[in-house]
Design a protein around this ligand. Structure first.
Ligand code: FE2
Ligand code: FE2
Length: 285
């Protein structure tokens, strides 16, 4: 590891980014952990607890009747949604003070939404992991922007966040690329190894053969496919063109997501993104 890399990583430590509640929930085995134990973790974070109650009552997963108890609220919205919300709230303000921060946040949320939607029909991935890796996939860019706002800001303006030339330039200038920086953080936060590896691989997966039997590789393929779909949407392509491009994407040869599921993702995507943006819009940065 070079001096420049160590310098950036040391600054990451200084930023004290550790999303403690989200990382604690992520490490719980949701299938075998009691609801009381999960509620106890949620209750240590007032912002998360209030958002969970808000959603249970009126938000994306509420059914209209009033809930005032946190346990009831977590039960109503589900453990997976609670976990996704914890991550989204934790990372909502990362890099927000920089002019490019909001566009990175928007990109992360859009890729996370696409990753989650596609995951339900993809071979080799666990849907519960999808939103979180989508949200974290370019965390390294958010971190580099905070650690080196002028230099990295200039680099990001020259190369888009998903430009294939960005990674080599990051490595050249900072001794680490954004995928490696996110991997380092996720490993420090003790997230599952396959999730860390998926983020580390999210660009190289297109050049590296692998198998969907490897959960890290399959999840990396899912991130890459979701990024492709989000990029097509941002370029304003028609639905048929997007569907054809995603179905034929080599990453989908790994994941085998049926065309009907991809079409449904395209159809519901903006509604799903708006629902999460509405939730996060009321969270103070
Ligand atoms: Fe990336
Ligand atoms: Fe990205």
């Amino acid at each position: 590891m070079t001096t420049a890399t160590l310098d950036v990583l040391a600054r990451v430590d200084e930023l004290q980014l550790c999303p403690a509640t989200a990382a604690r929930i992520q490490c719980l085995d949701l299938e075998n952990t009691s609801m009381d134990a999960i509620v106890e973790v949620v209750s240590t974070d007032p912002v998360l607890a209030s958002r969970v109650l808000g959603i249970a009552n009126t938000g994306i997963d509420g059914n209209g009747s009033s809930v005032v108890d946190l346990k009831q609220a977590v039960t109503r919205i589900g453990l997976r949604t609670t976990r996704e919300l914890a991550w989204a709230i934790s990372l909502h303000g990362v890099g927000a003070e920089h002019a490019l921060g909001p566009s990175l946040q928007r990109h992360a949320l859009r890729v996370a939404t696409a990753t989650r939607a596609l995951s339900h029909h993809a071979l080799g991935v666990t849907p519960g992991d999808a939103f979180v890796v989508g949200l974290l996939h370019d965390l390294g860019s958010q971190i580099l922007l905070m650690a080196e706002p002028d230099e990295y800001g200039a680099l990001l303006r020259q190369f888009g966040v998903d430009d294939p030339q960005l990674g080599p330039m990051e490595e050249f200038l900072f001794g680490i690329d954004h995928a490696q920086a996110a991997f380092q953080c996720m490993t420090d936060w003790k997230l599952p190894e396959h999730m860390c590896r998926a983020v580390d691989l999210h660009h190289v997966v297109r050049r590296q053969p692998g198998s969907r039997d490897d959960p890290g590789y399959a999840l990396a393929a899912l991130i890459a496919l979701a990024e492709h779909l989000v990029a097509l949407m941002e370029h304003g392509f028609g639905r048929d063109v997007m569907l054809c491009a995603v179905v034929r994407d080599p990453m989908n040869h790994v994941l085998r997501i049926p065309a009907a599921a991809i079409d449904h993702t395209i159809e519901t995507f903006e509604t799903e993104v708006s629902a999460m943006e509405e939730v996060l819009g009321s969270v103070a940065i």
